[in-house]
Ligand binder design. Structure first.
Ligand code: MG
Length: 372
């Protein structure tokens, strides 16, 4: 089998819940800049990365796919996904302009498309190709509830609705507003409403400095918080390690770490307890698996960040032994032929061959803005 044509797309999809905010910015759209790898025997692989809908940078990503990686992919056997990853990541002219950032996001889309082809060619959903077991249960916690711009009543009602309608095992609440004590009040209100049996996580999106984060941890320490996510700036390895030593709440991070090397350093420094790799920010499935192995070997649970809107991570979470939970962030569910599904708080295992990345014809017609 050989790759004989490369096509790109940018799905630009409005978030249907209205404007939502975390501590850093507002989200109105979600983008999936991606690639279709065509092969000479007719199998098509779909892969994409995920962004916050900034179309100018989305165009740079698909430009990198077409102009930088495209010529290197033509004629290759797509089932050699790991070897192709090595060749593309270490291609000398390209490694000088980006071992992270746009080049890495572009490589994520390519790598995911390669694995989609491998799974389709084998006639298996990706989780089966990767050796996952049909009995593996992946619990789902809800990220799509605790937005910082929502009044406290709406936030509490939505957290409760998710638990009663979908059986989510936990809920994640944003923090990092200018009013720390109000953030504490919101989190306490959710704990009070959901009771002691539901997991409660909190997420600051890298907003605070060290003393503010430490004070916050001290204020919420009696609320049985499973983890505090990104309390400090994303790259601050020393700060996270210091915070981990100074208080009791476990630290989660990884959605803004773009390389295996970064995860190795954070894990080695004791700066993270719940590891949150994202295949669309790392360079695809190949690198995500390496990070998950690294975390698992250090006896740290893997709870993927779902910048792919869960489609690929549903497969990876079933397949990798280190995964305990997955986050609910399904803003593009209707765009896919095999949309992620949840039943009684757990992932429903995908059944169609592939990585879950094939968009519907309708989604490509309505949301592809590549040529507009
Ligand atoms: Mg987060």
């Amino acid at each position: 089998m050989k790759i004989d044509r490369i096509e790109t797309f940018i799905l630009h999809v409005p978030v249907t819940r209205g404007i939502i905010k975390d501590s850093t910015f507002s989200v109105t759209h979600r983008s999936a800049p991606g690639v279709i790898l065509h092969t000479d025997d007719g199998v098509k692989g779909y892969g994409f990365t995920g962004t916050q809908g900034h179309l100018d940078s989305d165009r740079l990503i698909v430009g990198a796919i077409e102009k930088c990686y495209g010529p290197l992919l033509m004629g290759r056997d797509p089932t050699e996904a790991r070897q192709i990853w090595q060749d593309l990541y270490h291609h000398p002219p390209l490694q000088y302009v980006g071992r992270g950032g746009i080049m890495h996001l572009a490589l994520a889309a390519v790598d995911i498309a390669l694995w989609d082809i491998k799974a389709k060619a084998a006639g298996l959903p990706l989780w089966r190709l990767l050796g996952g077991g049909a009995d593996k249960q992946v619990a789902i916690y809800n990220t799509d509830a605790g937005w910082l711009n929502w009044p406290i009543e709406r936030m509490v009602d939505d957290a409760l609705a998710g638990i009663s309608e979908h059986g989510f095992v936990g809920v994640k609440i944003k923090f990092g507003s200018p009013d720390l004590l109000n953030d504490v009040k919101r989190i306490a209100a959710v704990r009070e409403a959901v009771g002691p049996d539901v997991l409660l996580m909190v997420d600051g999106n890298g907003r605070w400095d060290y003393p503010t984060a430490l004070r916050f941890c001290q204020r919420i320490r009696d609320l049985d918080v499973t983890w505090i996510e990104e309390p400090l700036w994303f790259d601050d390895l020393a700060g996270h390690a210091r915070l981990a030593r100074a208080q009791q709440i476990p630290i989660a991070l990884g959605e803004q770490l773009y390389l295996t090397d970064h995860f190795r350093d954070f894990i080695g420094a004791g700066a993270v307890h719940f590891v949150q790799p994202d295949a669309v920010r790392l360079a695809g499935i190949t690198e995500w698996w390496r990070v998950a192995d690294l975390a698992h070997a250090n006896r740290l649970p893997v709870c993927a960040h779902t910048g792919d809107m869960m489609q690929v991570h549903a497969h990876l979470s079933v397949a990798h032994a280190g995964v305990t939970m997955l986050e609910n962030l399904p803003w593009m569910r209707d765009c896919f032929v095999d949309p992620v599904a949840i039943s009684e708080g757990h992932l429903v295992k995908p059944t169609l061959p592939g990585a879950g990345t094939t968009p519907t014809d309708d989604a490509l017609r309505r949301f592809n803005v590549l040529n507009s």
